[in-house]
Design a protein around this ligand. Sequence first.
Ligand code: HEM
Length: 223
Amino acid sequence: MKQRILVWDLPTRLFHWTLALSFAGAYLTAESERWRDIHVLLGYTMLGLIGFRLVWGIAGTRYARFAEFVRGPSAVTRYLRSLAGPQPEHYVGHNPAGAAFIVLLLLLGIASGASGWMVFEGIGGEWLEEVHEFFSNAMLAAVAVHILGVIASSRLHGENLALAMITGRKQGHAGQAIPGNRPLAALLLLAGLLGFWGWSVYDGGASFDTAQASREVQEDDDD
Ligand code: HEM
């Protein structure tokens, strides 16, 4: 018998919503010189979060593990084909198509964050700024498809997937549930985030200024 079971542990949910907010914030502040420190801070936050997620993809609970949800192109095609049939495949964790997009989002997050870091540190010239912009826009497009996929999949399977990413719970059989929320790992992630932001505000501002200064020197040299 189906019941509400725990599927997404707390660190996965915390990772998801802080990543979504960091990306949104970094994207919105990208064009403004005034908001540059916030933009950089959120970009580094994204990189740190993805670093955490790579570890959690190995050490996390069942449905958070890459081995559980990363599947090959044939599984993606089979899943997509099944959607047109009378019995669409249903997954308690990520479905294969959603999972492929999750991998893409993580890769684009790394590419966008790393290229942004290089631009900010004055490594590379204007071409790298173009590359950074390209990856960031590609990520925005991937996020749009991700959200559309979440809406489509929620309608198709009659379940609210966005709510499940908040509560951690979905319909399933008791044996499919994860054993617990892993609150200690979530606390460590939260402490890491707050620690990094605190350090950036009280002390790290100085290191941002140094990077900014080196960038300006390089721009002067380029002129
Ligand atoms: C309103 C906006 C968003 C909603 C409603 C949303 C919803 C969701 C849902 C429901 C899932 C789980 C999918 C499943 O059941 O298989 C998910 C996973 C994921 N989403 Fe989003 N998402 C949003 C924005 C974003 C943004 C902006 C990003 C990236 C910048 C993002 C990145 C991811 C990633 C990486 C995962 C995998 C989670 C994990 O396993 O760690 N999402 N999202």
